[in-house]
Design a protein around this ligand. Structure first.
Ligand SMILES: Cc1cc2nc3c(=O)[nH]c(=O)nc-3n(C[C@H](O)[C@H](O)[C@H](O)COP(=O)(O)O)c2cc1C
Length: 236
C-alpha cells in the first residue's frame, strides 16, 4: 500500500477544500491511501497575516476588495481542527507528498517556507529523495501568480531530491479554456476571487483529484519496483 501525504496550509478554506479532492484522487487509486495533514499558522499571533489585514485602512480594503475578516479566518481554523498537524515523520514515512497552499505575493506563504526550512534536515539524510511530489495552490486573482507560485515552490522540493509530477494537457482538457479557472501544467489551482468568496469549481476539483491520482500511481509503481529502497542512501 502506497501512502501519499497531502500537506496543506489554508487560511480561508479554499486549499482545505482542494486537499479533499486531491486525497479523493489518491484514495480512488488502487493500492494507495491518502493521509491529509496541515501546516499550522504561526503560533505568535502578531505574525499572523489574517490578524494584520484587519488593521489596513478601509479605503485600501475597498480598493483591493480584500474583505475576508478575522472571523472568517477563525471559523476556518475551527473547521480544520480535526485535521492532524504535519510532523517530520509524516514526510519520512510517506511514499509520496503533495503540497497545497495559497499564493501569497506570487509565492509560497511564510508558514510553508518555515516548515520546509525545517524539513531541510532531509537534504543531509536523503530520506525524501526519489519520492514523487506535486503542488496545488489558490490565488485571489486569475493573474495573481498561480504558475509563479507553483514553479518557484518546485525549487525546494528539488533540493530535497523529490521527483516532481505535473498535470499534463491530455489528461486535463479543463485548463485548455478561455474560462477563468485554475489549473496548469505545473499543478492544480483554484481562484479564491478578489474578495475570497469564490469556491473551487467542479473542474478545478477534478484536476486536483487527477493530480492526487497521478502521484499515487507513480508512488505505487516505485513501490512495486523497489525504486526507493534501491536508492537508499545508507546502501550506497
Ligand atoms: C499575505 C497575502 C498575500 C496574498 N498575495 C496574493 C497574490 O500575490 N496573488 C493573488 O492572486 N492572491 C493573493 N492573496 C490572496 C490569497 O491567495 C487567497 O486568500 C487564498 O488563495 C485563499 O486560499 P485559502 O482560503 O486556502 O487561504 C494573498 C493573500 C494574503 C493573505
Amino acid at each position: 500500500m502506497a501512502e501519499i501525504v497531502v500537506v496543506y496550509f489554508s487560511a480561508y478554506g479554499h486549499i482545505a477544500k482542494m486537499s479533499e479532492a486531491v486525497a479523493q484522487g489518491v484514495n480512488d487509486t488502487e493500492g494507495c491511501k491518502a493521509k491529509v495533514v496541515r501546516i499550522p499558522d504561526f503560533e505568535d499571533e502578531s505574525l499572523r497575516v489574517a490578524y494584520q489585514r484587519t488593521q489596513v485602512s478601509s479605503t485600501k480594503i475597498n480598493h483591493f476588495k480584500l474583505t475576508k475578516s478575522k472571523e472568517d479566518y477563525e471559523r476556518n481554523e475551527q473547521e480544520q481542527e480535526s485535521i492532524p498537524l504535519v510532523s517530520m515523520d509524516d514526510l519520512r514515512n510517506a511514499d509520496g507528498v503533495i503540497w497545497g497552499f495559497p499564493t501569497y505575493l506570487g509565492s509560497m506563504p511564510g508558514q510553508v517556507k518555515s516548515f520546509l526550512d525545517r524539513a531541510g534536515q532531509f537534504c543531509t539524510t536523503g530520506e525524501l529523495e526519489g519520492k514523487p511530489t506535486a503542488l496545488f495552490t489558490s490565488a485571489g486573482s486569475i493573474h495573481g501568480g498561480h504558475e509563479a507560485t507553483l514553479l518557484s515552490s518546485l525549487v525546494p522540493l528539488l533540493h530535497l531530491g523529490m521527483i516532481f509530477i505535473g498535470l499534463p494537457y491530455t489528461e486535463n482538457p479543463e485548463y485548455l479554456t478561455d474560462k477563468a479557472i485554475g489549473g496548469s501544467s505545473y499543478g492544480a489551482s483554484t481562484l479564491a476571487g478578489p474578495d475570497g468568496s469564490r469556491k473551487p469549481t467542479e473542474e478545478e476539483l477534478v484536476m486536483a483529484a487527477r493530480l492526487g491520482s497521478r502521484v499515487a500511481k507513480v508512488a505505487r509503481s516505485f513501490e512495486e519496483t523497489g525504486f526507493i529502497q534501491s536508492r537508499n542512501i545508507s546502501e550506497k
